[in-house]
Design a protein around this ligand. Structure first.
Ligand code: AQP
Length: 325
């Protein structure tokens, strides 16, 4: 079976963007791949975090993974910091990465602009992400559009390492969905929906239905009053169409036809119904999981499996680099 690795940062309340762009694909891949899914808490540390909040967010994210449909019998679900090989390989790959290529990462440039002082970790984070992926000899990395550049860098690092030391790493492929790879903010449809921005434009997976209603009703549209998919000229309407289509399983074209001649009120009402139909069962499962201790056993078993799967690659890397005295 081919291998899949992907991770989500416990850096805020997960959004519909995280779900539609990434997590729903994680669920779909479970039957056809050997999947490793991680709560990448070391990545969350690249910007300041409150320790207790970080702990809570990591558990909450693990519960959400299960609530959206990750099955621990099929996939390995674990917390990154419980598998020390990630940090260790992360350092070794930092020493195989160049300042120039890390400095070109657009996510680094965007996030650095928002910070008063920028940590070295924020700069070197793509090398840790490369370690996360390469440790498992991963074939495929399902991610949203914003992570494409980091997976490409991972490929470059793997190829560079293999050229220098021999064929140690499998070179992974990104898997970016053709629709929904970049769900936009409802209030600023030129920006991506983001879990750490906390604005009315972000639908969080755990938002109350009345909050979701308010956010969708206030979504920015345009003055044309025509429901048409045209991301360049009608970014707000196009974003609602994509969200509606992915949540209801209909095509964008079918929705354009359905809402022909109707105002944006009808599109928003339909989008709300589709979003709630997806999120309400997820929220109910999440509440059940958070009320039990089951999650801790699942994470302990997942970490043990991940440690075992990661060990041979790290051992090989250390051997070829001359660290096996
Ligand atoms: N708006 C989005 N549309 C589609 N996919 C998205 N992803 C994130 N935002 C969108 C995908 O979700 C996965 C997990 O994301 P992450 O935890 O690695 O963080 P991120 O990419 O930096 O996303 P956020 O939500 O904006 O987090 P913060 O605000 O903390 O930086 C990834 O596969 C990502 O592509």
């Amino acid at each position: 079976m081919k291998r899949v690795f992907s991770g989500v940062k416990p850096s805020g309340n997960l959004t519909l963007g995280n779900y539609l762009g990434a997590m729903r694909h994680f669920v779909a891949m479970q039957d056809d791949y050997e999947c490793f899914y991680s709560v990448v808490d070391l990545h969350a540390l690249t910007v300041p975090q409150e320790p207790e909040e970080l702990r809570q967010q990591a558990i909450s994210l693990a519960a959400l993974y299960l609530a959206v449909g990750i099955d621990p019998k099929k996939s390995t679900l674990f917390i990154q910091s419980q598998v020390p090989a990630h940090a260790e390989l992360g350092w070794l790959l930092q020493c195989m990465s160049y300042m120039g290529e890390l400095g070109r990462m657009t996510q680094y440039k965007d996030k650095a602009r928002e910070q008063e002082s920028v940590t070295v970790g924020l700069f070197t984070y793509p090398a840790l992400m490369a370690a996360d992926i390469l440790l498992y000899q991963t074939d495929v990395v399902p991610v949203g559009e914003d992570q494409k550049q980091h997976v490409e860098l991972t490929r470059d690092i793997a190829i560079r390492f293999n050229n220098r030391f021999g064929e140690v790493f499998k070179v992974p492929e990104p898997l970016i969905p053709s629709i929904g790879a970049r769900i936009m903010s409802l209030s600023e449809p030129h920006k991506k929906m983001s879990k750490s921005s906390n604005s009315m434009g972000d639908i969080h997976l755990l938002d109350e239905p009345n909050v979701i209603k308010k956010k969708i009703n206030r979504a920015v549209t345009d003055s044309e009053a025509v429901v048409r998919y045209d991301p360049e000229n009608k970014p707000g309407v196009s974003n609602l169409l994509v969200i509606h289509a992915l949540c209801s399983g209909e095509s964008v074209a079918a929705l354009e036809e359905r809402y022909q001649g109707q105002g944006y009120g009808a599109l928003k009402k339909g989008t709300l119904e589709a979003v709630l139909a997806v999120l309400e069962p997820i929220q109910a499962r999440y509440r059940q999981l958070m009320a039990s201790d089951e999650i801790y056993d699942i994470l302990a078993a997942g970490a043990a499996k991940a440690r075992e799967a990661a060990a041979p690659t790290l051992k090989r890397v250390k051997e070829v680099m001359g660290l096996n005295l």
